[in-house]
Design a protein around this ligand. Structure first.
Ligand code: GLU
Ligand code: ZN
Length: 493
């Protein structure tokens, strides 16, 4: 569906760390914009000075860039509706609030928090809807003057129409909200600060947004925004009400809604564990959407080609870490080996790596990289898989040692050392033959025979293919490590 008129927005508030729910929203907006040939707007909803931070703002932009989710209008790139940070647009909101008041679409409400609470309780007790009861809707000039006289402050409330609001959600179909469920609501605080309820639809209107795609948690604000939109159209601020599509909830462990506070939901976690951006985007796109019945691994280009908001499913999506990892593993296999080697770089240095920069051996790394590429699930696993190449001595993994160095291990190692010393070191096959032959001497199959060799040389029971690893490490170092292990076994005996 090519439609260059499509204008979508991603409009995060810069609070805390980016989480997967937020990124899923960004992704669906971006994919829809790219699929249709429309425009992606990035707007920063930073009207809450107490919660917003510059650090979160930087992190957001950095995360989007890392994922490759670019924007056509917004911070740093500018655009016809700049500025794109709401903290720089306060005059606009004050102006619109003034016009809504003047036209009677909004009014001053003088009720105190305590008064509202008392009336809410009474309504609840009587089984009536407990939202705002409209007490200040039609105050006369005298009543207002009297309240002002008493020194009461007022908020600005939007006057909801006394009729049902129906709209067709792009994901959920037709929805109707009755007036008793959508009471008049505040749009400006007593101190003059405009609220999300005002600034979000006002900016959507001013920026010509055609499709609002966002999380289901915001569904209850949609009838309010539609009513506000209609008032804005009357005032000439908006042209038409956008379409809305509410993306399904994401469920975490135990079928509970994945919350921002769940460690699993932090984007940084996936980045630090070494998800590829393409792998993560692939997985996140499956939270409420599917590529096809028989394919769930695809490139970003394929996603863009296929993505349509009409295909998003309304049912809650389940966040499945195992599946995310499996998909990431597939993406690791898909890139070429040079790209893989480069993507691993951060984990080949401090703070992840515990070898000194001068111990790093690029030739050895390039030789081992192809074996690692077909085995890793996340890039951060690379560090432990190759450290035996760069550290002076293998790591001492106690559990591995205990498991592999059973009685008979010293004898096996002694024979293996002899055979390896005589082997052809330009061929991993010849090294395998050597260990196989050593096993035969002691009545051990290859699997059992290679375990003590692996632990002696790499420190661990699991790792990359052993004989290629030995070949890359080289004859001298391999034999020296077997000698060291034999000495350690002898000392313990
Ligand atoms: N700033 C709002 C949020 O992050 C945006 C909601 C919306 O998309 O309308 O929740
Ligand atoms: Zn009131």
């Amino acid at each position: 569906m090519a439609n260059a008129n499509v204008r979508v927005r991603f409009c995060p508030s810069p609070t805390g760390n980016p989480h997967v729910g937020l990124v899923r929203t960004a992704l669906f907006n971006w994919a829809f914009a790219r699929h249709t040939g429309g425009t992606m707007v990035l707007r920063i909803e930073d009207t809450d000075a107490a919660r917003d931070s510059e650090e979160s703002y930087e992190q957001l932009l950095d995360s989007l860039r890392w994922l490759g989710l670019d924007w056509d209008e917004g911070p740093e790139v500018g655009g016809p509706h700049a500025p794109y940070r709401q903290s720089q647009r306060m005059d606009l909101y004050a102006d619109v609030a003034g016009r809504l008041l003047a036209a009677g679409h909004a009014y001053h409400c003088y009720c105190t928090a305590e008064e509202l609470e008392v009336r809410r309780e009474a309504a609840r007790a009587a089984g009536r809807p407990s939202g705002y009861d409209g007490q200040c809707r039609d105050l006369t000039a005298e009543q207002r003057a009297a309240y002002e006289e008493q020194g009461r402050s007022s908020i600005v409330r939007f006057r909801m129409p006394d009729e049902s609001i129906t709209f067709t959600d792009l994901v959920r179909g037709e929805l109707t909200f009755t007036p008793e469920n959508v009471p008049d609501y505040g749009i400006v605080r007593a101190n003059g600060a405009p609220l999300y309820t005002l600034v979000n639809p006002v900016d959507d209107a001013l920026m010509g947004i055609t499709h609002v795609l966002r999380g289901e948690d915001l569904l209850s604000s949609t009838p309010r925004q539609i009513a506000l939109y209609k008032a804005l159209i009357e005032l000439g601020v908006a042209k038409e009400v956008p379409s809305f599509g509410h993306l399904p909830y994401v469920m975490g462990e135990g079928n509970k809604k994945l919350s921002k506070r769940d460690p699993q939901s932090s984007l940084n976690l996936y980045r630090e564990r070494g998800f590829l951006p393409e792998g993560l985007l692939n997985y996140l796109s499956l939270l409420g959407w599917s590529f096809s019945a028989d394919q769930d691994v695809f490139s970003v280009a394929e996603l863009v080609e296929k993505f349509d908001i009409a295909d998003v499913n309304a049912n809650p999506a389940r966040f499945d870490l195992k599946k995310a990892e499996a998909i990431n593993a597939d993406h690791i296999r898909r890139i070429d080996v040079a790209a893989f080697a480069e993507a691993c770089e951060p984990w080949l240095r401090a703070p992840y790596a515990n070898w000194a920069p001068e111990q790093f051996d690029r030739a050895a790394w390039e030789a081992i990289a192809p074996y690692a590429q077909t085995r890793l699930t996340v890039l951060s696993d690379i560090t432990a898989n190759v450290d035996f190449l760069f550290l002076a001595e293998p790591v001492e993994d106690e559990a591995s040692w205990t498991k592999a160095m059973k009685p008979g291990a010293a004898e096996l190692l002694t024979t293996a050392r002899e055979k390896l010393a005589a082997a052809d070191w330009s061929s991993a096959d010849s090294l395998k033959e050597a260990v196989l032959a050593a096993g035969e001497v002691h009545g051990l199959k290859l699997g059992k025979a290679q375990a003590p060799v692996r632990v002696a040389v790499t420190g661990r029971t699991v790792g990359l293919p052993l004989f290629e690893s030995l070949e890359i490490l080289g004859r001298e170092r391999t034999l020296a490590r077997i000698d060291a292990a034999l000495a350690k076994l002898a000392a313990a005996a």
